[in-house]
Design a protein around this ligand. Structure first.
Ligand code: ATP
Length: 231
């Protein structure tokens, strides 16, 4: 197992947002985290990445405890978050956004390698981060995360609001990233994308894990209707 999350609990003030989240991710595996708005998906990603300190439970990466460590240390250990609002510097160029994220590390990810993965970013390297399309911003944010040499990428709704052709391009890229040995935890509303990419799916309802299984298991019965609110 690469990542193991056990009985994870987190609060925002008095509000008990995560109330026992449990799942695992294998090496090179893509797992989705599904649930209605407010179910706690983003909070789960932020807790794994160390942006929120869990109130109890265990998060371990290759058997090493992450819960309670500062975010930069968790990143150094191999977890990179691509946040929903993309977290890029709009005043800096594409190239600057990448070079400030880059650091030496155990994998072969370099700025030129990111341009190979996303040729579009290479073409836009002198453009300001704030002038990019939504899809380009997503690519830049993923590129920045890869330059920190992750073993696990946490992707928060990466395809939200993007045109189908860009969604398809990102899906292909996630496959390449996963084939290179990086695991992915994907928060995603688009079930087609989930089906195409992930080997296992995980549902949260009001901060609790209620289902973990294959796409076939997910689509049996009324799980989707009941817990995700879509037909
Ligand atoms: P969405 O798809 O809407 O992002 P989500 O499943 O990612 O949903 P979270 O963002 O993790 O859900 O939110 C879980 C709960 O925590 C929600 O009830 C939300 O209102 C609350 N919450 C989120 N962020 C904060 C915050 N900074 N302070 C207080 N409450 C918060």
């Amino acid at each position: 197992m690469l990542l193991s999350v056990e009985d994870l609990n987190a609060h925002y003030g008095k509000s008990h947002v995560l109330q026992g989240v449990d799942f695992t991710i294998g090496e090179g595996e893509i797992v989705t985290l599904l649930g209605r708005n407010g179910a706690g998906k983003t909070t789960t990603l932020r807790s794994i990445a160390g942006l929120i300190e869990p109130t109890s439970g265990r998060v371990s990466l290759e058997g090493k405890d992450l819960a309670g460590l500062p975010a930069h240390e968790i990143n150094r250990m191999g977890v990179a978050l691509v946040p929903e609002h993309r977290g890029i510097f709009s005043q800096l160029t594409v190239h600057e956004n990448l070079t400030i994220a880059a650091r030496p590390g155990p994998t072969a990810w370099t700025v030129p390698k990111v341009y190979e993965l996303f040729p579009r970013l290479g073409e836009r390297r002198r453009n300001g981060g704030g002038k990019l399309s939504g899809g380009e911003q997503q690519m830049l944010s993923i590129g920045r995360a890869l330059l920190t040499h992750p073993k696990l990428l946490l992707l928060d709704e990466p395809t939200e609001g993007l045109a189908p052709v860009i969604v398809q391009l990102l899906v292909q890229t996630f496959k390449e990233i996963s084939n290179s040995g990086i695991s992915i935890l994907l928060v995603e509303q688009n079930l087609k994308v989930c089906a195409e990419l992930a080997s296992r799916h995980h549902i949260l309802v009001i901060g609790q894990s209620v289902f973990s299984g294959t796409y076939e298991e997910l689509t049996q019965g009324d799980l989707i209707e009941r817990h995700l609110g879509v037909a």
